[in-house]
Design a protein around this ligand. Sequence first.
Ligand code: CO
Length: 201
Amino acid sequence: MIEQLLENNRRWAEGWSRRDPGFLPSLAREQRPDYLWIGCADSRVPANEVIDVAPGQLFVHRNVANLTPPSDLNFLAVLSFAVKVLHVKHIIVCGHHGCGGIEAALKDERHGIVDHWLAPVRATYRHHRVEIDALADEDARIDRLAEFNVVDRVQDIADTTIVRDTWKKGQKLAIHGWIYRLADGLIRDLEVTASQPEDVD
Ligand code: CO
């Protein structure tokens, strides 16, 4: 099975060199992505594929439940590099319905270390508990919490000094919140875009 992946890769690279011989060599020289994608690690939401963009267009950070903890050095390093060095113009936080991380946070079950990682999702749930618990269907509760999680993560990012200093300098940067539906592959804009400090509240 693993050899098949290498075979796939050879076919993929040959495809590019046939269709556009200069493309991969141009990527070897530099990357100039306009977008930073922050998404879930879930295998069913491959960032480049669901928005159909070629290599080089998307800087990507993925983890369980698309979280953005200000204590996470990995996330901060990605955010800082994307904004300060690559000068991305858009940050997209894309959650998804049916997210296992969100489900784990919603239920009082033990899953190990990941339960600590999911603490921000439980905080989001507490803030929106009345609305979420009013939904009779469990899948609907998970999906609604996934949406609230995206909204709160957009706020997390907008609250970082990295983003505040970028806006202060007058550099254009918009943070968007999206939700992806596994069943039909469609993304919905949650319309919580922040492109200046006043947008955050
Ligand atoms: Co997920």
